[in-house]
Design a binder for this molecule. Structure first.
Ligand code: MF3
Ligand code: CO
Length: 240
């Protein structure tokens, strides 16, 4: 799983370099597929329940599961990339939200909040804790910042299947839910909205958008519950 996770993160690093005004979203998908296959992996999302691409590209009010296509990224947009790789029988799954060109202060704050919410949840991913501790750490942090967490989509266990038990809501009560045990692997993925947490699915049957059309940010890592605490296995190396 570490190998699959590292591969996923490396590919995300390359995709990030494509983010700029004028970029057509299907170009990001083309590179994702080329890199995954070039490294001997399989695009985990392509064909999953009929999803047609290797990476989900969700712009502005799109929350998750946006389909890359002819859309052109504009200065001031935010764009979420969600990437899944199957390698040697194991899945890696991660998401990041990036600014396109110069974005507003409020958009930047939303992105930072979503990233920090993932960190808060990750810190609770340790043996002896329980699932609700992760959920609550995410929710309480986001709500304190004045934003909302999406309720209709959740994180998940991950391993030989992309989606395993348990489901990991981004809201809930501490001290509830299953015990966290050494060796569990979780895909923790807060989706943070500027306005209402309510979402809807577009006519393409995939793209999830906010009901109020305000923007949304999404961060996801694959995280191992280690003896000494969380180990993020989709960790991107620091830039030099
Ligand atoms: N990270 C998302 C998830 O865990 C990606 C699935 S999108 C799909 O559900 F395209 F594969 F459906
Ligand atoms: Co996921």
């Amino acid at each position: 799983m570490r190998v699959a996770g590292r591969m996923t993160a490396e590919i995300m690093n390359h995709l990030e370099k494509l983010i700029c005004p004028g970029r057509v979203t299907k170009e990001i998908d083309a590179l994702a597929e080329k890199l995954i296959i070039g490294k001997g992996g399989i695009p985990a999302f392509k064909g999953y329940m009929g999803y047609p691409a290797s990476v989900c590209v969700s712009v502005n009010e799109e929350v998750v599961h946006g389909i890359p296509g002819k859309k052109v990224l504009q200065d001031g947009d935010i764009v979420s990339l969600d990437l899944g790789v199957l390698y040697d029988g194991y899945y890696g799954d991660m998401a990041r939200t990036f600014p396109v060109g110069k974005i507003s202060e409020s958009a930047r704050d939303l992105i930072e909040t979503a990233e920090q919410a993932l960190e808060r949840g990750t810190l609770q991913s340790k043996p002896g804790g329980c699932l609700g501790d992760i959920s609550n750490a995410i929710e309480s942090f986001v709500v304190e910042k004045g934003y909302t967490v999406v309720r209709d989509y959740v994180g998940h266990g991950i391993g030989k299947k992309m989606h395993e038990e348990p489901q990991i809501p981004n809201y809930g009560n501490p001290g509830t839910g299953p015990r966290l045990e050494v060796g569990m692997v979780l895909a923790i993925e807060p989706m943070v909205n500027m306005g209402t947490y309510d979402v809807q699915v577009l006519q393409d049957n995939w793209t999830v958008i906010t009901r109020d059309k305000k923007i949304s940010a999404h961060f996801e890592n694959t995280v191992v519950i280690g003896e000494n605490g969380p180990e993020v296995i989709t960790c991107q190396k620091k830039k030099h």
